[in-house]
Design a protein around this ligand. Sequence first.
Ligand code: ADP
Ligand code: MG
Length: 231
Amino acid sequence: MDKTTRIISQARAEDRKVLLETEAKEICMEYCIPVTSFCLAKNEAEATRFAEQIGFPVVLKIVSPQIIHKSDAGGVLLNLMSAAEVRSGYSKIMENANKYDPTAQIVGVSVQEMAPKSTEVIVGALKDSQFGQTLMFGLGGIFVELLKDVAFRIAPITEADAQEMITEVKAYPILKGYRGSPSVDIKAIADVLLNTSRLVMDYPEIKELDLNPVIAYEKGVKTVDARMILE
Ligand code: ADP
Ligand code: MG
């Protein structure tokens, strides 16, 4: 059984429809979608060891099937610079999670590489009742949420479709660079769209997928948060 099937079966067996971020990112890795490197820590000592392995600064995030919006629960700590900050951050996150939902089952804390700031894009997929698996692309923040500046395609998509999805959003000039700021890696974004298309076609039981944000650089991209919801 391949890894993606195994992760999905395990979630099903535990009656979970929303995959953990760590599970969703493992699936991304199976599909060559770049993600921030991460390790799942079960205690403070592990968290500091992983942070040292990954290299500072790091991010800590709560991993719990009941906590879907991690920031809302005080479950995301960014830019931790030292082992001491990771140690106190770990207990802070546990405390916050416990306050937010005392019944939440805690799997652990994901220790992640802190992705540098750059232009943020969103890659999504949803299973439309009429059209089936559909892909979405847009820029992060106000572009999608306020201006609804998004591109949709029915999956599977071709490389040309992926390129078009990117160029047709109104915010495209931001990706291409303006006033001397460099272009981000459009090809790497197109690859995320293509690989996401492949994933949702291989796994029709994925009802919703949200890579938000994917941070785009001059060279390459990095998915910082991944959510997948099963039927
Ligand atoms: P939530 O479940 O609240 O959506 P996220 O994982 O998206 O949690 O984290 C909240 C925000 O923190 C992200 O939108 C992003 O801006 C920032 N962030 C999260 N993880 C990282 C990371 N590894 N590197 C850099 N920024 C991050
Ligand atoms: Mg998020």
